[in-house]
Ligand binder design. Structure first.
Ligand SMILES: Cc1cc2nc3c(=O)[nH]c(=O)nc-3n(C[C@H](O)[C@H](O)[C@H](O)COP(=O)(O)OP(=O)(O)OC[C@H]3O[C@@H](n4cnc5c(N)ncnc54)[C@H](O)[C@@H]3O)c2cc1C
Length: 325
């Protein structure tokens, strides 16, 4: 589902194109919730600001329903992004769309943004808001049942499975915490993990207090089945090699996120998950380079959090530019 933003927004305003020869106060890489809100705040502070992004809307575009963004009881991901984009477009923030950043350099006081096309953009400061993507199992049927049972965010989609039977894939803290949260909503939760738990004992102990939770360790998921909605998964017992089916309405894949940070490797400091390390002001290890949203080491990957972090990053960038000037 690819939304043609900057184009088909009905009677609404469109974001103008970005002048690649201009030196901006601030360029924002990534046009998901973090990048869009950073653009809004930076523009309202009077900065010359532009957005550079591969896919406007980021992960939200792939989200069927959003029910946890304050002020909106229900929005499709597409509609929420339309609201965000129209707000930013009303301020005439220029957007370079379908643009991929390949690397970054600091040249004296300027930041050079090298695009995959070989073109170079220049700015006094940069906000990196390139988000992340959920790690996938990579098994048969996973893509076919996305949004039809397969989900990647228990915080987001858990309530849709009230009273139903769900599976959680994974054995780390996120998977176990997701299973605990789901156990309060679902009829049953089956946690399936291909090896032993990597989660902290305290959360495992908590999980074990729920009578509607079953755990299958050393068990590999090999297929998601169903039609038209997911009806279950096929698993393989690693010790015996035997396969069997577990029936369920939902599968929450909770095996981590992959930050979209490759282009910044070696340029800014990252943690061992390759998330960009930021402080409370969204500063990275490089002066003039800020980061926000899912690409950073800030916990809880959510739209409202990414958007708020984008606002913070823009305000810090504004202070930085004021001091430069
Ligand atoms: C299936 C699913 C459902 C979800 N449901 C919910 C929900 O209901 N509620 C909720 O709060 N959260 C939900 N989330 C999480 C939420 O979508 C993210 O936390 C949020 O989108 C993060 O925003 P972001 O701006 O940091 O990054 P993203 O949304 O990932 O946006 C990053 C942007 O950067 C661009 N980009 C990446 N690399 C480059 C590059 N090299 N050059 C240029 N641009 C680049 C991308 O194209 C994109 O525009 C869901 C996530 C998924 C995957």
């Amino acid at each position: 589902m690819e939304l043609k933003l900057n184009m088909d927004l009905g009677n609404s305003k469109k974001m103008p194109g970005l002048d690649k020869t201009k030196v901006f106060d601030l360029l924002i890489v990534g046009s998901g919730p973090a990048g869009l809100n950073a653009a809004l705040y930076a523009k309202r502070k009077g900065l010359s600001v532009g957005l550079v992004g591969k896919k406007t809307g980021g992960q939200v575009i792939d989200t069927t329903s959003v029910e946890n963004y304050l002020g909106f009881e229900f929005k499709t991901g597409e509609d929420l992004i339309k609201e965000f984009s129209q707000h930013v477009a009303s301020l005439e923030v220029p957007l370079l769309k379908d643009a991929e950043v390949a690397s970054l350099e600091k040249v004296e006081d300027w930041i050079h943004i090298n695009l995959s096309t070989g073109e170079v953009l220049e700015a006094r400061s940069v906000i990196l808001a390139t988000g992340s993507r959920p790690r996938r199992l990579g098994v048969k049927g996973e893509d076919d049942f996305l949004g039809k049972g397969v989900a990647y965010c228990a915080i987001c989609d858990g309530p849709l499975f009230e009273g139903l039977d769900v599976i959680v894939a994974g054995g780390g803290n996120s998977a176990v915490e997701a299973a605990i949260d789901l156990a309060k909503i679902a009829n049953s939760v089956t946690l399936v993990h291909r090896s032993q738990f990597r989660a902290d004992q305290i959360v495992i102990d908590k999980l074990n207090t729920y009578s509607n939770v079953k755990v299958h360790l050393e068990t590999e998921i090999i297929e998601v089945q169903g039609g038209p909605l997911m009806s279950g998964i096929v698993v393989k017992d690693k010790a015996t090699g035997e396969t069997r089916t577990i029936e369920a309405n939902g599968l929450f894949v909770e095996i981590g996120y992959l930050p979209n940070s490759g282009y910044a490797k070696g340029f800014v400091q990252m943690n061992n998950k390759e998330e960009i390390i930021v402080n409370a002001l969204n500063e990275t290890s490089v002066p003039g380079v800020f980061a926000a949203g899912d690409v950073t080491d800030i916990p809880y990957k959510q739209i409202i959090i990414a958007a708020s972090e984008g606002a913070k990053a823009a305000l810090t960038a504004n202070d930085y530019i004021n001091r430069l000037k």
